[in-house]
Design a protein around this ligand. Structure first.
Ligand code: CUA
Length: 187
């Protein structure tokens, strides 16, 4: 009889442990929901301080995203501004040229639907929304070439929508910029 009661106690103990762990799991879940709610409310209550728009129907006719203004521009203050457009199913220009050790600002928009722009192996990641200009600052330390896939599903050609970014030495970039107003690495 003694033996039987001991095994009963063992079963009770096991059940208790199980309940305790279940409680921990529920607590973690509740915490995550609270964090998600907080993040949603906090960001929802604080919209972007500056929203810039660009009419997708007239991008090619004039303004910042006219074709002759696309690519990388060396600014008088030594920084670089890169302007490009995403459209089904490519980026224009399809190869972005940037220098090392220089503050780079990307200014991007979409000519049709929502696209994504990310640079492989970096935390650079933007959503391109028609009607709006997405802007992001970056800096590249090492020369090289990286892929730039579209990461938002934008219909049947999505898988084939990608570009490249080529990071070259700052001095070489400056020399090229002295000869051409807008640079890219499209061949
Ligand atoms: Cu553009 Cu997916």
């Amino acid at each position: 009889m003694t033996h039987l009661s001991t095994s009963d106690e063992g079963a009770d103990h096991g059940e208790q442990t199980e309940r305790r762990w279940a409680a921990v799991a529920v607590a973690i879940l509740v915490l995550l929901v609270v964090m998600a709610t907080f993040a949603a409310l906090y960001h929802g209550a604080m919209p972007q301080s500056r929203v810039e728009t660009a009419d997708p129907r007239t991008l090619h006719l004039g303004g910042e995203f006219i074709e002759s203004n696309l690519g990388s521009a060396l600014e008088p203050d030594g920084t670089v501004t890169v302007r490009f457009i995403g459209q089904q199913y490519s980026f224009t220009p399809s190869c972005i040229l940037v220098p090392t050790d220089t503050p780079v600002t990307f200014r991007v928009t979409s000519a049709d639907v929502v696209h994504g722009f990310l640079i492989d192996g970096t935390n650079i990641n933007l959503m391109l929304v028609p009607g709006y200009i997405s802007s992001l600052g970056a800096r590249f330390e090492t020369p090289g070439e990286r892929l730039m896939p579209c990461h938002e599903f934008c219909s049947v050609g999505h898988e084939g929508m990608w570009g490249r970014i080529k990071i070259i030495d700052k001095a070489a970039f400056s020399r090229m910029a002295a000869e051409r107003r807008r640079l890219s690495c499209v061949e």
